[in-house]
Write a protein that binds this ligand. Structure first.
Ligand code: GLN
Length: 449
């Protein structure tokens, strides 16, 4: 713990942490050490130092979703998934910076300021879980938790050169995870080895009656290393490599990976996929709709920021609280969401996007009748320059093309860092398997790394 606290202090300029639980983490370490010396059997995460994203509730600790509207709000209870880690004697070292309400791809939309990529300070770490990614990238903890609604674990993992897991929808309880878009959100894991990530997943993948959208019959997950004799069937989606704006080196690396896997006697087919152009619009229609509804609870009455401005009536009171409390990106998405849900537009936007979601699910179901996994890029480019998002926010949304796919379909996906770009930034690939096939997902990652 002392080592990690020193790392955190020395790298404060990266702005990865919002709060560091210094005293508490040191005390916990001492308690655990005493247990060990007394010969008590060690639990699975004895002394494992973990950081959490500022959207995960931890009783008695502040949680703000990096928003002014929740500044100084303290959690009344602990998220189930986090409790499972604490029960195995993990040490929680602090909570990490992120985009406000997990909305963003650069970690520049935070009330607490931007996070820097430790490899190059002119680049973003990705988002929205940028702080959690940098905490692992820069050695400020062993593992960290993020949340992934449309790529917020996999894309920052890719930009930072580490591993990022988004589990199957319903595999990890969302109880105590601040909601952005409930039918997409999942807690995800950052780590540096497949085994570590698998270990955290195995502990958090347990049923929870507090989350009615969880799989009710979770089978225990146990990591099984890749066996060299085992051959897989991979699908590469043809149009992904011709996507507008995809970096030539990234497209080239995926193509050579396909050749390499083929030479290793795996089946590697390049298949057609007709709906690629629809997935970003469908994602932003559905998630903003859900967000506008989820964020209506922040009215400044029950909790959160209250404006000092005089209000003539209740509506004006809400208006002041929310105007001052939310940042621009969040306001933009609330407005978009209320628009697509409004009478007269509901069928044109919301319903249509739901139909696209259904078509995507049907299409992946077909793909997995034949294949074990789909291989995709994580992002069309390596880490963006700081400030790029302000200049062209639409381009940032479009760059979510490869990650939102797994959230629209509920599939599990792992981003693994495999390559180095000539610009010296890392990048990797995404492995997607059928829903609840996390065992094979980790086996493939184990083989590729
Ligand atoms: N970049 C995506 C968005 O802005 C993903 C966010 C997320 O996964 N939380 O919505």
């Amino acid at each position: 713990v002392q080592h990690y606290l020193t790392q955190i202090k020395q790298q404060q300029h990266l702005n990865a942490f919002i709060e560091v639980y210094e005293t508490e983490a040191l005390q916990k370490a001492q308690q655990l050490d005493a247990l060990r010396k007394a010969g008590t059997p060690l639990k699975k995460l004895h002394g494992v130092v973990i950081a959490i994203k500022d959207v995960i509730c931890y009783a008695g600790h502040k949680v703000s979703a990096a928003s002014n509207i929740l500044q100084n709000f303290e959690s009344l209870y602990t998220a189930t998934a986090l409790q499972f880690l604490i029960d195995e004697d993990a040490i929680i070292i602090g909570n990490c910076n992120c985009d406000e309400f997990a909305m963003g791809s650069t970690n520049e939309n935070s009330y607490y300021g931007k996070v820097l990529n430790a490899l190059d300070h002119t680049k973003v770490p990705g988002g929205s879980s940028g702080g959690s990614a940098v905490a692992v990238q820069a050695g400020m903890c062993m593992l960290s938790l993020g949340s992934d609604t449309g790529g917020s674990v996999r894309q920052p993992a890719d930009f930072c050169g580490i591993i990022g897991l988004k589990p199957s929808y319903g595999a990890i309880s969302r109880y105590g995870l601040i909601a952005y878009a409930s039918s997409f959100d999942q807690i995800g894991i950052f780590g540096t080895t497949v085994q570590d990530v698998a270990l955290l997943f195995s502990i958090m993948h347990q049923p929870d009656v507090m989350d009615s959208t969880m799989l009710q019959t979770t089978t225990a997950f146990n990591f099984e290393p890749h066996h060299p004799q085992k051959k897989y069937k991979f699908a590469f989606l043809q149009p992904t490599l011709q996507t507008k704006g995809i970096d030539v080196e990234i497209a080239g690396a995926i193509t050579s990976l396909q050749v390499q896997l083929h030479q290793g006697n795996h089946l590697t087919d390049v298949i057609d996929f007709e709906y690629l152009d629809y997935i970003v619009p469908a994602y932003y229609v559905l998630t903003t709709a859900e967000a506008s509804s989820n964020l209506s609870r922040y009215d400044g009455i029950r909790y959160g920021h209250q404006s000092a401005l005089p209000a003539a009536n209740l509506n004006e009171f809400y208006l002041h609280n929310r105007t001052e409390g939310f940042g621009d990106e969040v306001k933009k998405r609330i407005m978009l969401g209320t628009f697509v849900l409004s009478t007269g537009y509901y069928d044109a936007f919301y319903n249509k996007a739901q139909k696209i979601r259904r078509l995507l699910v049907d299409q992946v179901t077909k793909i997995f009748e034949t294949y074990d996994a789909i291989i995709l890029p994580v992002c069309p480019t390596t880490a963006f320059n700081i400030g790029q998002n302000d200049k062209d926010p639409i381009a940032t949304y479009l760059a979510d093309i490869f990650t939102v796919f797994a959230n629209l379909t509920g599939l599990p996906a792992l981003a693994v860092p495999l390559f180095s770009h000539s610009n010296n930034m890392p990048f990797g690939v995404q492995i997607l398997t059928n829903k609840n096939h996390e065992v094979i997902l980790h086996q493939i990652a184990d083989m590729l790394m």
